[in-house]
Design a protein around this ligand. Structure first.
Ligand code: NAD
Length: 369
């Protein structure tokens, strides 16, 4: 693998390798872009089959974080860490503290938190070595569980879509099919019930379905029947790749908007297919950005009220990308990528202008402190 060619493919800024033979640390931090601010992204622990697989994952995920932060108007860049190892077997305090030192050595260019295989207690070990971590427990002044904020963000994304499709300011009376009643899905059901939406729900776990039926007057739907359900909105909150060649012709909904990551099996083809079928798609990384907004909030001293306020921005972001999608006749997922790229380009240009052409106030001799 020719590392600089790989970095050049999507313009990654920096890759950091961390190794400690005694501790067993093998970690990679990929920083994709810091034009808007420090790179923020979780750290994943996974038994990758090869270093190349781990690097590929870090590069792909860090780039995704750049787009997510940029599209949602956050002053953050994109990065991601991966630790090669089995989270069931290889975790230890010394490993995570060692990794924390690696993160600390980047002096805030990279800020990290939880991801697959890395939990709150691991973050607390890292935190003993670096302040550049987020996603810490409420007891230690962090944001705690992000899922209610994520669910609130999905509601704002849904409202923006409902305004476009049904010319409605509220979700009152609309039928929403929720796939997955986990951490996010159950909170989503609660908020939608408060909005007086009608709920259809499905989960592999029958207890959770019964809970939603009981608490939110939801109608249960079999896990295999969700795609053809008679509803207005489909809210995927369980699995990725649920928008694919098989499911698209089954959908009877007019909107797809949920928290699950990587909803489109094929970004290009299935984004276009949804547009052709006149189904409005709220791009997953925008609809579920509440999780990122929640941890970013910790950087300013966490406040749940402020986090709930900040996720309102998702409404405006979705409205903006719907407008771009219509005016440029492109699918919404491509529109959100463009919104993100344009913002990064503008800010990067501003920085270049400042460096190469001193501003008027600089020429007048005023100095900033
Ligand atoms: P979770 O594991 O708590 O919940 C997932 C639920 O989906 C479980 O109840 C599970 O039984 C159910 N499920 C699994 N397969 C199913 C199927 N075939 N049909 C119906 N239900 C099924 O996860 P979560 O934290 O609620 O996250 C849901 C999705 O949102 C994930 O894709 C996650 O990556 C994404 N996400 C979550 C957050 C967050 O704040 N938790 C933030 C951003 C994105």
């Amino acid at each position: 693998m020719e590392i600089f060619d790989v970095m050049g493919e999507h313009n990654h800024e920096q890759i950091v390798f961390g190794f400690d033979k005694d501790v067993g640390l093998r970690a990679i931090i990929a920083i994709h872009n810091t034009a808007l601010g420090p790179a923020l992204g979780g750290t994943r622990m996974w038994p990758y089959r090869s270093t190349e697989d781990a690097l590929t994952d870090a590069l792909r995920l860090s780039r995704g974080m750049t787009y997510k932060a940029a599209a949602c108007g956050l002053s953050l860049g994109g990065g991601k860490g991966v630790i090669i190892g089995d989270p069931e077997r290889d975790k230890s305090e010394v490993l995570f503290r060692d990794y924390g030192r690696l993160v600390d050595g980047l002096h805030g260019r990279f800020i990290t938190g939880e991801d697959v295989g890395v939990g709150v207690s691991d973050i607390e070990w890292m935190r003993a070595e670096t302040k550049y971590v987020v996603g810490i427990s409420e007891a230690l002044g962090g944001g705690g569980d992000p899922s209610p904020v994520t669910a609130r963000g999905v509601v704002f994304a849904m409202k923006a879509c409902a305004l476009e499709v049904f010319q409605r300011q509220s979700l009152h009376g609309l039928k929403v099919m929720i796939q997955g009643l986990g951490q996010v899905g159950m909170h989503l059901a609660e908020f939608l019930h408060q909005e007086q939406a009608e709920l259809l729900v499905a989960d592999l776990n029958e207890r959770r379905v019964l809970l939603a039926v009981d608490k939110f007057n939801a109608t249960p739907v079999g896990v295999d029947e969700v795609y053809g359900a008679d509803a207005d909105i489909f809210a995927p909150c369980a699995l990725g790749a649920i928008v694919n060649d098989e499911t698209i012709p089954k959908f009877r909904v007019k909107i797809i908007c949920g928290a699950a990551n990587n909803q489109l099996a094929d970004e290009k083809r299935h984004g276009l297919a949804l547009k052709d079928f006149e189904i409005l798609y709220a791009p997953d990384y925008v609809a579920n950005a509440g999780g990122l907004i929640n941890v970013a909030n910790e950087l300013e001293g966490y406040s749940r009220d402020r986090a709930f306020q900040q996720v309102r921005a998702i409404y405006d972001t979705v409205r903006e990308l719907i407008e771009v999608s219509k005016s440029e006749d492109i699918p919404t997922n491509i529109a959100s990528n463009r919104v993100a790229e344009r913002r990064i380009d503008q800010i990067a240009k501003l920085r270049r202008t400042f460096v190469t052409e001193p501003s008027a106030s600089y020429q007048e001799g005023r100095v900033f402190h």
